[in-house]
Design a protein around this ligand. Structure first.
Ligand code: SUG
Length: 448
C-alpha cells in the first residue's frame, strides 16, 4: 500500500503579534512590541502550503485557535462581559492580555507528537497533544488543539488521541519539534527519535544555565509509552545544553530528519557518536540505512543557525529518491549559510535542491518553515479517513485566501489587542473557518 508524509500547516490566526513572550527564543525577544501584519503572515503561510501542494506533496491545514482567549482571562480572575474582561486585562495586566492573544498555535510542530501506525502497538496513528508547559501563552493551546486534531482525525479505527501530559515542568512536552522519525518507507516500521533538553528526575543529566530546557526526558518517555512504541524502535538523545543557552529552544532549530537522513549541526547533541550508532543499528533492524549529514561549526556557527533557521527547514523526499530543502529567506540573507547550501546541493549528495520562502512574519517570532508544519505519516487507507475538509486543494487555497483578505487586519499592536471589536472580528472569522474546513464546533465560543 502507498504511504505518504502529509504536512499539516498551521494557519496563522488573526491576532498574530509580537508579544516578546518566549524567553530563550531570540527572535521573539528581539522583535517584542514591534507592529505585526497578521494578513501578510497568513498569506505567507498559505503561499508555502500552495507551493508544496503544487510540487506534488500531500498538504493539509490546521486551524488557528480562538484568541483573545477570554475564558483563560476569566480563569485568571477578570470578570464581567467579554468586552469588560478584555478592557480590565488591558488596564490591569497588559502582559496577560498579550499572552491570551498570541497566535502561537500557528507553530503546529509544537501541537502534538505523532506516531504512525507502523510503529504503534495497536496499529493506529497516535497523537499526544503537547502541554507546552514552559510558556503560559502556549500552555493554553492544548485543549483546543485536541479538539481540532480530533475533528481532523476522527475515525477511531485508525486514529488514537491522548490528552496532554500532566501540566507541570517535569513533564514539559513541546511535541514534534523535538521528535523525528527515520524509516525506509513512510508506511514501514521506523525509528522514533526523541530529543530532550533535561531530565526532571535524574540529576546525572546536565542542564542549560541561562535559558530553559523546555522538553524533559520523562515527557518523551511518557509519550513513547502512550503510543505503544517498542524499545527497539526508539532512540532518546540529549540536546547540547550550551546550544539551548544560545537560543536553540527546540531541537528543530538545530537538526531536521526525514526518511533515512538526519541533517544536523555539529554542536546539536551530547554524546553524538553513541547516538548516531544507535540510530544506525536500530534503523538497520527494520531494513533501513541511516545516513547523517553533519554541518561543521567551521562552516556555520550556532549563531548563524539560530539567525538563519537553516535547520528549521523542511527536508522532503522527491519521487526520484533525492531530497529537497525548504528554507526561509533568512538563509539566503546569511552569506555563510547560503554558501554552505550552494556547496551542499552541488556536492552530488542526497539533498539536491533548496527552495526559499518568505515567512518573515512568522520568523520574527522564531517560527520557520518546519515550525509551521505537523508531519503525519499515513498510508492510503488512513489518508482516506482524514476529514477531507482539511486537505489542501486549489479551490481550498482560493477560499482561504479570500477568507484571510476579508477578515484579517494588516497591522497589530498592543493597542489593537485591547480593542473589544477584535474579539468579535476573530469569532466571526473562526466561525466561518470551521465551516470552510468542516470541523464542526471546536472553539470555546462555539461550545460553551
Ligand atoms: O514557542 N514563539 C514560539 C515559536 C515556536 C517555534 N516552533 C518550533 N521551533 N517548532 C515559541 O517560542 C513567540 C510569541 C511572541 O513572542 O509573541 C512564540 O511563542
Amino acid at each position: 500500500m502507498k504511504s505518504y508524509e502529509v504536512n499539516f500547516d498551521g494557519l496563522v490566526g488573526p491576532t498574530h503579534n509580537y508579544g516578546g513572550l518566549s524567553y530563550g527564543n531570540v527572535a521573539s525577544q528581539s522583535n517584542s512590541q514591534q507592529s505585526s501584519n497578521p494578513k501578510e503572515a497568513a498569506l505567507q503561510g498559505l503561499a508555502k502550503m500552495k507551493a508544496l501542494m503544487d510540487m506534488g506533496f500531500q498538504q493539509g491545514v490546521l486551524a488557528p485557535q480562538e484568541r483573545p482567549d477570554v475564558a483563560a482571562l476569566r480563569r485568571l480572575g477578570f470578570g464581567g462581559t467579554d468586552a469588560e474582561v478584555i478592557q480590565r486585562a488591558a488596564k490591569e495586566a497588559m502582559p496577560l492580555l498579550v499572552a491570551s492573544c498570541s497566535a502561537s498555535s500557528m507553530w503546529v510542530a509544537n501541537a502534538a507528537t505523532v506516531s504512525p501506525s507502523a510503529d504503534t502497538a495497536d496499529g493506529r496513528v497516535h497523537f499526544t497533544a503537547a502541554n507546552l508547559n514552559c510558556k503560559y501563552h502556549r500552555s493554553i493551546e492544548h485543549p483546543t488543539t485536541s479538539r481540532v486534531l480530533g475533528a481532523m482525525f476522527a475515525d477511531q479505527k485508525h486514529f488514537a488521541h491522548h490528552a496532554a501530559l500532566p501540566a507541570v515542568a517535569q513533564f514539559g512536552d513541546e511535541g514534534a519539534a523535538n521528535h523525528t522519525r527515520f524509516c525506509r518507507e513512510y508506511g514501514e516500521a521506523g525509528v522514533e527519535f526523541f530529543v530532550f533538553g533535561r531530565s526532571a528526575f535524574d540529576t546525572r543529566y546536565p542542564a542549560p544555565q541561562k535559558y530553559p530546557a523546555r522538553q524533559t526526558l520523562e515527557a518523551s518517555q511518557a509519550v513513547a509509552r502512550l503510543h505503544g512504541l517498542k524499545d527497539a524502535g526508539v532512540v532518546y538523545a540529549q540536546q547540547n545544553p550550551s546550544v539551548i543557552d544560545q537560543g536553540v529552544f527546540h531541537n528543530d532549530v538545530i537538526a531536521v530528519g526525514n526518511g533515512e537522513v538526519l541533517f544536523y549541526h555539529e554542536d546539536a547533541f551530547l554524546e553524538t557518536e553513541q547516538m548516531l550508532a544507535e540510530l544506525q543499528s536500530k534503523l538497520a533492524k527494520v531494513g533501513g540505512k541511516f545516513q547523517s549529514i553533519c554541518v561543521p561549526r567551521s562552516a556555520v556557527t550556532v549563531e548563524d543557525a539560530v539567525r538563519s533557521y537553516l535547520f528549521n527547514s523542511q527536508l522532503l523526499s522527491r519521487a526520484d529518491g533525492s531530497m529537497l530543502l525548504i528554507v526561509p529567506e533568512e538563509c539566503r540573507g546569511n552569506e555563510r549559510v547560503w554558501q554552505y547550501l550552494q556547496s551542499l546541493t552541488s556536492s552530488g549528495g542526497l539533498i539536491r535542491e533548496v527552495k526559499v520562502f518568505d515567512l518573515k512574519q512568522s520568523m520574527q517570532n522564531g517560527g520557520g518553515p518546519a515550525c509551521l508544519r505537523l508531519r503525519v505519516a499515513l498510508n492510503e487507507t488512513e489518508l482516506a479517513a482524514v476529514n477531507p475538509g482539511v486537505i489542501m486543494t486549489a479551490p481550498l487555497y482560493g477560499t482561504l485566501t479570500e477568507w484571510v483578505n476579508k477578515h484579517y487586519r494588516d497591522r497589530m499592536t498592543e493597542n489593537d489587542l485591547a480593542d473589544p471589536q477584535l474579539l468579535l472580528e476573530c469569532r466571526t472569522a473562526l466561525d466561518e473557518l470551521t465551516q470552510i474546513l468542516k470541523l464542526g464546533a471546536v472553539y470555546p465560543f462555539q461550545i460553551n
